[in-house]
Ligand binder design. Sequence first.
Ligand code: MG
Length: 391
Amino acid sequence: MTRREEIENNEMLILASYACKSRDSLGREYAEEQDVYRTDFQRDRDRILHTEAFLRLQGKTQVFMVTEGDHYRNRLTHTTEVQQVGRDLSRALALNEDLAESIALAHDLGHTPFGHAGQDALHVMMQQFGKHFEHNEQSRRIVEQFESPYPDFPGLNLTWEVREGLLKHTPVYDQRGKIQKINTMEAQVVNIADEISYYHHDLADGLRSQLITIQDIIQLPLITACYQQVLRKYGQDLSTDILIKRLLKEMMHLLIMDVIETSHTHIKEWNIRTLQQVKTTQNHIVSFSDVRKKQTRELAHFLYEHVYTAPKVQQHTEEGEKIIKHLFQYFYDHPEKMLPEHAQKVKDGIPKEDVVRDYIAGMTDRFAIEQYQTFFPRQKMKAIQLQLISE
Ligand code: MG
């Protein structure tokens, strides 16, 4: 028996009956021999981790520009935080950690430079052609077409479960993303791990940048509960730094525990026993309780008002949108100015707007700024230029 088969047997013993077992995967589009010591989902994780798109996550903005400081999140650190929460939740719910981990690592591969500003700008540009831009779909294109390390098939040839998890990933902030039913609990876990992670780090980054204060956030019902808990545990005499860390850790713990308990309640009340039932059950099994759902919505609203649309962040948002729109138009008019492998795609007959979309979506903030400075040397760049100089 191979080590992989041993692990697969262990999954049958350890994981819940409704978990997605590696052995039950619907498989890959192109037939491949199985690995000796890794399950299919573990193998998917390694394939994702070694892509160029994954490397570029470190150069992409989450909320604060990647040049802002060393202690702000970027897409890569956000991704690893989602991976951690996703694994913890999966383990606690006896789900397949490897599947959740693979989906988590790939969930933001399709994000543009400059965070949501980049996505919005690309969407606007694509609308001129009766098309749209969505980072989930871009993640799928990356793993199915652009990252092609094999001679015998395009893409990474990931399992159906990982690809499905990517396409159905619909963060709550994504207004355009229609909420779709997610067919495995592991992918449901990643969706909520994403949410928990950015509540946590956007509060931390917001506090660090002094856009918000502790006094502001303890007014929020969710944080009030955490604050009382921290006071009970550690007393009043905490330094600001430790208070922030304990407070945010408490919030993370509270939300994770809430998801575990609520999901268990759903499993029991809805009598979930098989993966098939997970697929056919109308509602998501992995979710917050109604109380926490309401409180997280209030928190999301607070973050939107005081962090995402704060003048300091907004300035970058507008600058990022401007850069993306200018670059899109420029490369559409001058496709030969793209890197050769992209320019070639236009010659091969792929619609120009699609090639330009993929080219720009793949850029890091730094590369997009460099390209902008090269092709628009006279354009002034307020905030972003200053940061490049201070790098
Ligand atoms: Mg995310």
